[in-house]
Design a protein around this ligand. Structure first.
Ligand SMILES: *[C@@H]1O[C@H](CO)[C@@H](O)[C@H](O)[C@H]1NC(C)=O
Ligand SMILES: *[C@@H]1O[C@H](CO)[C@@H](O)[C@H](O)[C@H]1NC(C)=O
Ligand SMILES: *[C@@H]1O[C@H](CO)[C@@H](O)[C@H](O)[C@H]1NC(C)=O
Length: 466
């Protein structure tokens, strides 16, 4: 629900990244109070040796399309951390951050770590993201430079839980053709972490609540070689509307559908507001019914932004709790978190790539082929991304000159699996050549130069069942 941040708006000019690469390692200076880093084992997350369930909130005061970095605001962050502690959460998701070099995230990241809270971070911004109407042209070097700059800025914090490579880019069957570009971005982030010798923070996609293409999206992100497969998959799910139940909501069927899904699965947004919220889904989400397949989820959302989903109203420096906040606090207070390993599975097979169909319109790339990393972006893998453009840069969505122009066979990336347990074995060789890709296919049709448009993409899509 919620506005898709990925393409909220875009610029009228052909953008170009001004930054020059510099050594990325300096980004590692950031040090939050230490939490055990989270890794992937089989279809679960682990913090150290303990199974880790995401129990948290989506956090973007100002709204997702406003392009405000909420964790650059130390005061606002400290204020809200007190509320997070009241709820007893362990994760927040932030949709947009400012990656410019002068922005300091240490105070907030430290305050979060002190409170035992991890960050699930979207690496895109309204200006630097794939444009779902022009995925080929918007998968370009300026885009990746900014994505990598954000990754560098956050990779040094022990409480960075995961990176979302994309959010709701696909919001209808007729834009499932974006999938290869999203997956290529995931591959490139994994290559960047590996080549820059950064912590192998899990990388994956957050899917819109669209039932018709959800399963194909999930299997597509988890097929192919380890360097290109996601480390987890998340989707938004508003299908449990209180009063409901495990079976009435259809969540039992989703558990069955994903029972053999080999990587961690969680809800990146949930919390239907059709009726009064009692958060009846919370005891279900963390019950033995679901923990073999799911790893928790994130309630949408902390602050009220005009759509009725907020748990608090922020007025200046004061925060007023709503009835929903109290209901959620009670649901969490009564929740018995699962113990032991929750029945996770270690050795499930990766997925098969889905075939094209009327709901899966992926025709430009076959099977596990993907767009090659754009030529001009290869340097960032070796040399570091350099400075991010922040929230006011020229944007990347129309920088077609820097776009990818070839196809890469599976295995072109240099990142393997995310875990501490390591999983880049398994016969899936990432090449070590800088991720330049095995340019194997014909040159892709150049995209026309598209200038002067302003597109407002609204991703309010809700799906029902599976
Ligand atoms: C894509 O599908 C949506 C409905 O899912 C429809 O509203 C939209 O007009 C379609 N777009 C195109 C370009 O066909
Ligand atoms: C999961 O795998 C088991 C064992 O291979 C199989 O019997 C079952 O049908 C599979 N379930 C799904 C939903 O694919
Ligand atoms: C991995 O790469 C090495 C060296 O290029 C090669 O000898 C080996 O056969 C590859 N393994 C697989 C499973 O492709």
């Amino acid at each position: 629900m919620k506005v898709s941040i990925s393409h909220a708006c875009l610029w009228a000019t052909v953008a170009s990244a001004a930054s020059t690469p510099t050594k990325a390692k300096r980004a590692n200076k950031a040090r939050a109070a230490s939490l055990p880093t989270v890794t992937v084992r089989g279809n679960a997350f682990f913090a150290g040796d303990n199974r880790f369930y995401i129990k948290g909130l989506d956090y973007q005061p100002g709204g997702s399309s406003a392009a405000i970095d909420p964790i650059a605001n130390a005061e606002g962050c400290m204020r809200d951390v007190e509320k997070f502690k009241e709820l007893g959460i362990n994760t927040i998701r932030v949709y947009t951050v400012d990656n410019s070099p002068d922005v300091d995230h240490d105070p907030c990241m430290n305050a979060l770590a002190d409170a035992g809270i991890y960050l699930a971070l979207d690496v895109n911004t309204p200006l630097y993201s794939l444009n779902r109407n022009e995925p080929a042209g918007s998968y370009n070097d300026a885009y990746l430079q900014n994505v990598f700059a954000t990754v560098s800025k956050f990779a040094g914090y022990s409480n960075t839980l995961l990176f979302f490579s994309g959010n709701e880019v696909i919001n209808a069957d007729n834009n499932t053709n974006n999938a290869p570009y999203i997956k290529a971005t995931t591959r490139d982030i994994k290559s960047y972490l590996a080549q820059q010798d950064l912590r192998r923070i899990p990388v994956g996609y957050s899917a819109a609540d669209v039932s018709s293409n959800r399963y194909d999206t999930a299997t597509y992100m988890n097929c192919g070689t380890d360097d290109q497969r996601s480390d987890f998959f998340a989707f938004n799910d508003y299908s449990w509307c209180d009063p409901s139940s495990y079976t009435v909501s259809g969540w039992d069927q989703k558990v069955a559908t994903y029972s053999n899904y080999s990587i961690p699965l969680f809800l990146s947004e949930f919390g239907c507001i059709t009726n009064t919220r009692a958060f009846g889904e919370i005891p279900s989400l963390y019950s033995a019914n679901m923990t073999p397949v799911y790893s928790g989820g994130l309630v949408y959302e902390y602050s009220e932004e005009g759509n009725g989903y907020g748990l608090v109203n922020i007025r200046g420096n004061s925060v007023q709790e709503t009835a929903d906040f109290r209901a959620l606090r009670e649901a969490y207070a009564n929740l018995e978190m699962p113990t032991g390993d929750g029945g996770y599975k270690q050795d499930l097979p990766k997925s098969q790539c889905p075939s094209a169909s009327s709901t899966w319109e992926v025709h430009d790339f076959e099977g596990d082929d993907l767009p090659a990393i754009p030529d001009k972006a290869v340097q960032y893998l070796d040399d570091g991304a350099g400075d991010g453009a922040g929230l006011n840069g020229p944007g990347s969505q129309w920088d077609v000159a820097g776009a990818s122009d070839s196809t890469a066979s599976a295995g072109s990336g240099s990142g393997g699996g995310a875990s501490g347990g390591g999983s880049s074995s398994g016969g899936d060789n990432g090449s070590d050549d800088g991720g330049s890709g095995n340019a194997a296919g014909a040159l892709r049709t150049p995209v026309g130069l598209l200038v002067g448009a302003l597109i407002v993409g609204v991703g309010m899509v809700v799906g029902g069942g599976l």
